[in-house]
Design a protein around this ligand. Structure first.
Ligand code: PLP
Length: 360
C-alpha cells in the first residue's frame, strides 16, 4: 500500500479510518444482505443512515431547530443559481461580496436570476485581502448578502462572520465547513459542496433557515425548489445515497475526534506550522494578507517559476501529492482539510526545507 500525503484541493483527502470502514461495509451493510448502494433510498436501512447523518451534522454544528438540512446534488455550482432562483425575486437586488474566483462565479451564475450587485470586491489586490466591512455597499432591502468565507483558489478566509443586519447572510462554505465551530444562527443559508470537508463529490449540503422556504416561488421546476426538497426530506428523487452514507461516516469520525472544537485546534496548528515555515524560509512566499490567510488552502510560490517543475516532480516522488497550484495563480497550493494530519504537514515542511537547501 502506498497512500501518500494528500494535499488535493478537491476532491480531497478522506480520513483513512473512514475509507477502511466503508471498505469493510462495502459488500454488505449491517447484515442487510446487500451493499448500502444497492438498496432503496426509501427503505428502512437507508432512511436510518440518512437520518443519522443529519442528526450527527446537526449535533456537530449545533444547528438550531428552525433550520432545515438538505442533502442535494449538483454541487456548489448549482447553488450559485438555485439560491437566487429560490430566495430572490428576479427584479430584486441581491448583494455579493467578491473575494476571489468562487465568489466571481457565484455573481456570474446568479446574474440571470436576480439583480446581482457587487457590494465590495478585493479584485484590485489580486484577491489577497478582504474589503473592510465598513466600505461594503449593502442595501437593507436586498434579498440576501452572499459571500465566500474561504476562497479555495487563492487561500483567503474570513475569520469572523460579517454583520449584515437583518438581511439574510448566505455563505458558500464549500472549503471551510466543519473546520471549526460555527454560529449557524448568524446565517440565512449555508451551502457546501461535499468534496472538501464533508465526503465524496456529487453531494451538496444546504442549511436553510425555515422562514426563507416561504420565498421559494411556486413556478420554478420542483426539482430546483428548496421548499419541495425540504418537504420531501431531500428525497424528491433518488439522492446520492453513497455520498450521503459516506458523509455520515465522516460526521461520526469528527465526533470521535472531539468535534469541531478539537478540529479547530488541529487546523489552526497545521496552518500555523506551514505559514511559519514559509514566512521564515526566505525562499517560499505566500502573498495573502496575514490576518485573512486561509487555514484550509495555502498557496505558495518558489523564487522562480523554473523551480516549479522540479518541486512538483520531487514532491510527488516523496509521496506528497497534488501540490500544483490552481492554473489561475500558478505556483503551489497545499490544502489542509480536516482529513490531512499534522504528520502530513510536517512531512511537507521537511521536504520544503530540503528542497530550499538544495536549490536555494
Ligand atoms: C470547490 C468549490 C466550489 C465548486 O464546487 P462544485 O461542487 O464543483 O460545484 C464552489 N465554491 C467553493 C468555495 C469551492 O471551494
Amino acid at each position: 500500500m502506498s497512500r501518500g500525503h494528500n494535499f488535493s484541493a478537491g476532491p480531497a483527502a478522506l480520513p483513512e479510518a473512514v475509507l477502511r470502514q466503508a471498505q469493510a461495509e462495502f459488500l454488505e451493510w449491517d447484515g442487510s444482505g446487500a451493499s448500502i448502494m444497492e438498496v432503496s433510498h426509501r427503505g428502512k436501512d437507508f432512511i436510518g443512515v440518512a437520518e443519522a447523518a443529519e442528526a450527527d451534522l446537526r449535533e456537530l454544528l449545533a444547528i438550531p431547530a428552525n433550520y432545515k438540512v438538505l442533502f442535494l446534488q449538483g454541487g456548489a455550482t448549482q447553488q450559485f443559481a438555485q439560491i437566487p432562483m429560490n430566495i430572490a425575486r428576479r427584479d430584486q437586488r441581491a448583494d455579493y461580496v467578491v473575494t476571489g474566483d468562487w465568489s466571481e462565479k457565484a455573481v456570474r451564475e446568479g446574474a440571470t436570476l436576480a439583480r446581482i450587485h457587487v457590494s465590495a470586491s478585493s479584485q484590485s489586490t489580486n484577491y489577497t485581502s478582504i474589503p473592510a466591512r465598513d466600505g461594503w455597499d449593502l442595501d437593507p432591502n436586498a434579498a440576501y448578502v452572499h459571500y465566500t468565507p474561504n476562497e479555495t483558489i487563492r487561500g483567503v478566509e474570513f475569520h469572523d462572520i460579517p454583520d449584515v443586519g437583518d438581511v439574510p447572510l448566505v455563505a458558500d462554505m464549500s472549503s471551510t465547513i466543519l473546520s471549526r465551530p460555527l454560529d449557524v444562527s448568524r446565517f440565512g443559508l449555508i451551502y457546501a459542496g461535499a468534496q472538501k470537508n464533508i465526503g465524496p463529490s456529487g453531494l451538496v449540503v444546504v442549511i436553510i433557515r425555515e422562514d426563507l422556504l416561504a420565498r421559494c416561488p411556486k413556478d420554478i421546476p420542483r426539482i430546483f425548489s428548496f421548499a419541495e426538497h425540504a418537504a420531501n426530506s431531500s428525497m424528491l428523487n433518488t439522492p446520492n445515497t453513497f455520498g450521503w452514507y459516506l458523509a455520515g461516516l465522516i460526521f461520526k469520525w469528527l465526533k470521535a475526534q472531539g468535534g469541531l472544537a478539537a478540529m479547530e485546534v488541529r487546523n489552526r496548528t497545521k496552518a500555523q506550522t506551514l505559514y511559519d515555515y514559509i514566512d521564515g524560509s526566505g525562499f517560499y512566499r505566500n502573498p495573502v494578507e496575514v490576518s485573512v490567510r486561509s487555514w484550509m488552502n495555502i498557496p505558495f510560490t518558489l523564487p522562480t517559476t523554473e523551480l516549479d517543475a522540479p518541486f512538483l516532480r520531487e514532491s510527488q516522488q516523496a509521496g506528497l501529492l497534488a501540490l500544483k497550484g490552481h492554473k489561475l495563480v500558478g505556483g503551489m497550493r497545499a490544502s489542509l482539510y480536516n482529513a490531512v494530519n499534522q504528520d502530513s504537514v510536517d512531512a511537507l515542511v521537511c521536504f520544503m526545507k530540503d528542497f530550499a537547501r538544495r536549490y536555494g
